[in-house]
Design a protein around this ligand. Structure first.
Ligand code: 6PG
Length: 241
């Protein structure tokens, strides 16, 4: 696969570049359409990005016009330790007092929460919903959002948000996740993967340099996709500009 890969010396530099790009996308989207809609990701690398954004203070970005959504969620209440919303609230929303948030209600029936989230998304962003920016991570198994290898949501081509039955050690066994589907991710104006750490190096090589179609993270086909990675995660990559 021909991928745009940008490499940074460490996760802190990666997160600073991501924060800069967040601001740039927001300013362009707000100038063009009056608002900026962004899907956030769970995981440890976004957490570092949220820390950078929080440290920059509320005045660094036009937060009053930025609408925050999520790419996926675990089926847990919003204060649960595994909740992506909780992580974002603690690291970004609470520190900056952000309220323009559209969380996935993981505490409800997964199907109902997925349908309602899809309805809200389509109501705000059309069908397909066009995000200005979708942040994604990549798990050690090549999953992204909650599109785990072999799980039904990977094959979904109609719905934009689904409840996805997952059976994976990476997800902690048998569970259900609520996730954006490929049609929703692919409709975004810009998609950025954030990947850091030596434990991702082998899989990142498989995903970027290996045969196409083996891992969900390889299936994203949005118009503008790039990978922001640190040197540890990039250690096994073949040469990329
Ligand atoms: C989640 C995610 C998931 C994540 C990857 C990478 O809810 O866990 O959205 O897709 O981004 O598993 O996570 P790390 O950045 O922690 O490796």
């Amino acid at each position: 696969m021909t991928a745009t890969v940008r490499t940074f010396p460490d996760v802190a530099a990666l997160a600073r570049a991501a924060a800069d790009e967040f601001g740039e996308v927001a300013r362009v989207a707000i100038a063009a359409r009056g608002a900026c809609h962004v899907a956030l990701s769970g995981g440890s690398t976004p957490k570092t990005l949220f820390g950078v954004l929080a440290a920059q203070g509320r005045s660094a970005l036009p937060w009053d016009r930025i609408e925050l959504w999520w790419g996926d969620e675990r089926c847990v209440p919003p204060d649960h330790k595994d909740s992506n919303y909780r992580m974002t609230r603690e690291t970004l929303l609470a520190p900056l007092g952000l309220t323009r948030v559209h969380r996935i209600e993981g505490e409800r029936s997964p199907e109902a929460a997925a349908s309602d989230y899809e309805r809200a998304l389509v109501g705000a962003l059309g069908a397909p919903p066009v995000f200005d920016l979708v942040w994604l991570g990549m798990g050690p198994d090549g999953h992204t959002a909650s599109l785990f290898p072999g799980s039904p949501a990977v094959a979904e081509r109609q719905r934009y948000v689904v409840a996805n039955p997952v059976d994976s050690p990476v997800a902690g066994g048998k569970t259900t996740r609520i996730t954006l589907t490929l049609p929703a991710i692919d409709a975004a104006r810009r998609v950025r993967f954030l990947v850091a750490g030596a434990d991702k190096a082998a899989r990142l090589h498989d995903v970027i340099d290996g045969p196409a179609g083996r891992f969900p993270a390889q299936l994203v086909r949005a118009a503008d996709v790039a990978w922001l990675v640190d040197t540890a995660a990039a250690a096994q990559l073949e040469a990329h500009a």
